[in-house]
Design a protein around this ligand. Structure first.
Ligand code: CP3
Length: 351
């Protein structure tokens, strides 16, 4: 499968954007910057758009999802839009009952824990992805030469929501399933890889020029378990993009001990959380990979001179890597003053 004709990366619109160039290992004149969770509660225009609309309903309304995706690009001048959706959307589209409970996160109607539960999971009907494709197409058209980033949840993070039935601190039930029933485990992770893979593929075909896989909970695993029991499934999720030559970012939290496993799953850029300085991450990766990150969100409420010093430090450490995409070390906290984000964008572009 190749990128469709008229795709913004195939027809050259986004190919020389700073984000795509950096993701391919180049050093463009301006450093690209975007923020995980840039579309969301920190923006008053987001809160207005979402008033009276459930989170997952908003994700499935193409005009609304496109509008919310574009809001932070208009406001902050970031180098990319990240598609407004959620990692559980493909789970929902595959027929599994899930809601997002405000202040908590995704909650399943029924957890998926037994071999029978896993056997009952069905693939996504490709037609169910139509609202996603439609929304991404609107955004790509509006943005012109600025890329849209598509994303999906990594199989382990998705599986943890399915098994736990909701957010959990330590993913204990999930890891217990991995230990006690390796066959059911690999079936469940394959299912998660395939729904996420189909979701990623739909976004890319509709016009996303870059993708990011989020493994928010992988840090709860040992290095060995990650490499043996999880990484092959993340690789399977990326394999849905075979032939679709868009750069792939992998972002996980707390993965400092297993960074070197990430290039092997097919990632082109490694997202680093706030725990590990970028120069050290680069050293652990042997100086071979473009990095993304890793402004500590804990600075966002500090007086500007402290923010500025920290951002300069991140950029300086990032300069040791072959290429750098500036981002936070995790998502924008809802209480962030959006003006601070706009100032960070201006600062990064001036550096
Ligand atoms: O701007 C963006 O980054 C794009 C959109 C995006 C959302 N969720 C929108 C969202 C992305 C990339 C995600 C990914 C996501 N969702 C992850 C992986 C990244 C991470 O943060 O680790 C995870 C674990 C989820 C699951 C999820 N969805 C959680 C934990 C929550 C927060 C619940 C809460 O109220 O605090 C959500 C809801 C969610 N997803 C919101 C947004 C903007 C908040 C919804 C609201 O406005 O109430």
């Amino acid at each position: 499968m190749a990128l469709p004709e008229g795709h913004p990366l195939a027809d050259g619109r986004t190919a020389s954007s700073p984000l795509v160039r950096a993701a391919r290992g180049d050093r463009p004149e301006t450093l690209p910057v975007w923020f995980m969770r840039q579309a969301g509660r920190s923006l008053p225009e987001y809160r207005a758009s979402r008033a009276g609309v459930e989170m997952l309903d908003a994700c499935l309304d193409p005009a609304l999802a496109a509008e919310i995706t574009l809001q932070p690009v208009r406001r902050h001048g970031v180098d990319a839009a990240v598609f407004f959706s959620d990692i559980v959307i493909p789970v929902l589209l595959a027929g599994v009952g899930v809601r997002i409970v405000p202040g908590r996160g995704p909650v399943l109607d029924e957890p998926v824990r037994t071999p029978a539960d896993v056997m009952a999971l069905r693939p996504i009907d490709p037609e169910a992805l139509a609202p996603i494709s439609e929304a991404v197409a609107i955004v790509a058209r509006e943005l012109g030469d600025k890329p849209v980033i598509g994303f999906g949840g990594a199989p382990y993070t998705l599986a943890s929501y399915l098994v736990e039935g909701g957010p959990s601190k330590d993913q204990l039930r999930t890891r217990a399933l991995m230990r006690t029933d390796p066959h059911t485990w690999s079936q469940l992770l394959n299912w998660c890889a395939d729904v996420t893979g189909a979701f990623l593929q739909a976004q890319v075909r509709a016009g996303a020029s870059v993708v990011q896989l989020f493994d928010s909970w992988a840090g709860s695993l040992s290095r060995d378990d990650y490499i043996r029991r999880v990484a092959p499934h993340s690789q399977r999720a990326f394999s849905w993009l075979r032939g679709l030559e868009v750069p792939r970012i992998h972002f996980g939290l707390g993965m400092g001990e297993m960074l070197d496993a990430l290039p092997k799953i097919g990632a082109d850029v490694i997202g680093i959380d706030w725990r590990l300085p970028l120069d050290e991450a680069n050293r652990r990766l042997g100086g071979t990979m473009p990095l993304q990150g890793n402004i500590d969100a804990a600075f966002l409420t500090a007086p500007w001179p402290l923010v500025e010093r920290h951002v300069r430090d991140v950029v300086e450490r990032g300069s040791e890597a072959p290429a750098h995409i500036v981002n936070l070390g995790h998502g924008v906290p809802p209480e962030t003053d959006p003006d601070v984000l706009s100032r960070i964008v201006d600062l990064v572009h001036d550096l």
